[in-house]
Every structure is written in structure tokens, then in C-alpha cells.
Ligand binder design. Sequence first.
Ligand code: OGA
Ligand code: NI
Length: 363
Amino acid sequence: MSTTTKGTAGYDRRRGLQAFDDTKAGVKGLVDASVTTIPPIFHHPPDSLATSSTATIPVIDLSGRRSEVVGEVRAATETVGFFQVVNHGVPADLLAEMLASVRRFHESPAEAKTPHYTRDLARKVRFNSNFDLFQSPAANWRDTLFCQALPDPPEPEELPTAVRGVLLEYGDAVRQLAVRVLELVSEAMGLAPDRLEKMGCADGLSVVSNYYPPCPQPHLTLGTSRHSDPAFLTVLLQDDMAGLQVLVDDDGEKRAVWADVPPVPGALVINVGDLLQLVSNGRLKSVEHRVVANRSRDRARISVAAFFNADLRQTTAVYGPIEEQVTSSAPPLYRSITVEEFLSHYDGKGLDGRPALDHFLLP
Ligand code: OGA
Ligand code: NI
């Protein structure tokens, strides 16, 4: 066995990962087995950044005056890269039912879950723990049900019964919101309102349903490692438990700190993804964020991330800085790439703390 497979503590990391994956039960399985110490595969090095008590993520009322809303969207997307929206048009009961169905799935018996456990990217519906388990330096205390919902949705029978009645309906509703937000973002960039949608930025949709069970040693691990999102735009539904944090500049101190994205009842969280940063030539910010491990004793945290992307079947479509965003004082920052090229770089790398977009910077 090569020494490179051994962790610094001398244990065989590769074997630990395989044993965990073979259970097909995720971290929920460990919690159900009442573990009191977490396996070393979940150990992260300590994070030295402080948590901000003052930085706030804006909440935007989409029913406000359009010119004001566009201004607020511009300010948020060009700085923190995150905002929450209220009066967004997705019915409250659909949000509640989506969260309830995700809980139902992750809390259903093993027989209902293991048939969906897979890392086969050809399957549109995949349940697993840590999509990057075998690539990333440290695993996260999180299980996930992934669904490729657009452009070509799965047959209803491919979906676990727990989410069958609601997941695709939720996807449709959240797509309408994403199209509206892309219009606001286009206007904020000085482009025609339909420009980003016409480029295909919301033709693909992955609905990623996360389950963060209570963690017995939350200070040693994370719910989701720091990363930026591999998409144009993300719409996130979180339940009433905090945990999501965004990297912001603490203006007083000129250093990066973690700012909480506090749950706001009925709101959805929106953030700029790497590909929007790319096409905006760096004007809009795809900001790193993370989820701390769940510190509660007995309640799981649930979130549903809707990632809007191009239609991956259009394998030759290339995305680069939009020409109107490139000027003599703002030369192109990134080269043009296919979304497939971007995603294979992102997935191959895993959540290792480095921005995926840097790989495509022009010299
Ligand atoms: C993600 C993500 C945040 C959360 O899935 O990319 O950042 O609260 N999720 O689960
Ligand atoms: Ni994310």
C-alpha cells in the first residue's frame, strides 16, 4: 500500500473512505449507529478565519419598484455575491412541502434509500454522501439527493417516492424565479433583460437536496467545505436552522471573515455562480461559502440548492466574457470554455478550497 493513501495520523484513508461508502447509509447511518466520535475521514484542519457579527447579506423585496430592485441586485451581485429574496412568487406551501419531502427521504429506512445510492454520473437521480468523497481532502457531515431536473427530467419512477410528488414541481417554480432574477441581473449589467436567459443560463437545472444531521464533534468537521458554486445562478431553500456562511471583507479590518446567512422565514437565498462571474468578466462575484457542521443535538438541517446551468447536451456551446463587458480598461479575464469543460475541472478537483475559475484565467 502506498504511503500517499495514508493520512497524517497514519490511518489508511482510502480504506476508511471505501468502508464508509460501502455502507450506502451516509452520515445519517453513522448518527443512527450512535457514534460519539467521528471517523478521521471527516477531520478538517482548523479554520483560522473569524466569524463576523456585523456583516449582513441583503434581503431584497422583489415586489418593490423595478428600478430600485435592479439597483439592489446590482449592489449585491457586485459585492457579497449573495442576497435573499422575499415576495418571490414561489408559494410558501410548496417551500414547506419541498423541505418536508427531503426530510422524509433522508429519514426513510435503508431499503428505500440504498437503491438510489450511486456515484454513476449517467444517472439523473443520485443519492450519496459527499459527491467528491474520493477527491476532496476531508469529507463533510452531509448526505445528498441529487436530481438532474432539466433540460430532460427523469421519469417519475426514477425519483424516490418520498420526493416524487413535489421535486419537479418545485424545480419548475424555482426556475420561473431564476428567469426573473436573470432578467434583473441582465439589466443590472446594462444588457437587454432577456440576454442571460437567451444565452441558456437557465436551460439546465440540478436540484440538490442536502441533509445535515447532528454531528457529535462539530468543531472537527464541516457540513460543506468552502467552495463557490459550479453554475450560473443558485437558488437555495434553507430550513430554519442557521449554518450557511459567506466569505466577506470585514471593511474595518480589511480581512476576510465568515458572515452568517440567517434563515429568513419564507425567503430564498440567491447567489452568483462561477459561470456568471466568467460571463460578466469578473464584475459579478461568485463568492465562497460553507456550511458549518450541525451543532444541534437532535435536529437535522435541510437545504435544497437549485443550480441553474446551460444545457449540457449542447456540448459545443462556449461561454466567455460577454463582449459588452469587455473594454480597454476591462480586458477579458477568462478564456471561453464549454460548461462541460468547466464541470469536469470542478468535479475532478473536489472541494479543495481553491476557486475552480482560477484555472481558466487568461495569462
Ligand atoms: C451548495 C451549498 C448551502 C447549504 O449546495 O452548494 O452551498 O446551505 N449549500 O446547504
Ligand atoms: Ni454552494
